[in-house]
Design a protein around this ligand. Structure first.
Ligand SMILES: [Zn+2]
Length: 138
């Protein structure tokens, strides 16, 4: 297993209530020239966790931080008008929490942040450190 010291959370920039299936995500990333979807995990609105790129593979999700990181993306991130918004469902919040706990057991001491903490973007449209920072400190 490659060394991992950072987990980065993204949104798919999908409007609330809209479906953006994993196959579509995969196709869109291939169209951008990636070998496959850039994220390691994708969290559906109903809380399903889909592995998109095995953990042992370097993800393609944030410039300058791919090699030692894990990328997680949740389905959503835009309100009905297409504006950045925290659209996570309760099931998604629970799934993200479970996944983070799993990854922190696998990679102790890992940092957790949102895409916007590393780049000038709205993604993932919520404050990752405020919500999940306690996992890192506990
Ligand atoms: Zn992002």
């Amino acid at each position: 297993m490659r060394p991992v010291n950072l987990i980065v959370i993204h949104c798919s920039a999908t409007r609330t209530g809209s479906d953006y299936p994993p196959a579509q995500l995969e196709n869109d990333h291939r169209a951008r020239g990636f070998a496959r979807a850039g994220y390691n995990y994708y969290i559906r609105r109903a809380g399903g966790i889909v592995e998109m790129r095995p953990l042992g593979m370097v993800p393609a999700h944030v410039t300058g931080h791919n090699r030692h990181s894990v990328g997680i993306c949740y389905e959503g991130g835009l309100d009905e008008n297409g504006k950045p918004s925290d659209t996570r469902t309760p099931q998604q919040k629970e799934a993200i929490l479970q996944l983070l706990r799993y990854l922190l057991r696998k990679f102790p001491g890992c940092r957790i942040c949102g895409h916007r903490d590393l780049a000038n973007k709205a993604c993932p449209c919520f404050d990752v450190k405020a919500e999940y920072g306690f996992l890192v400190m506990s």
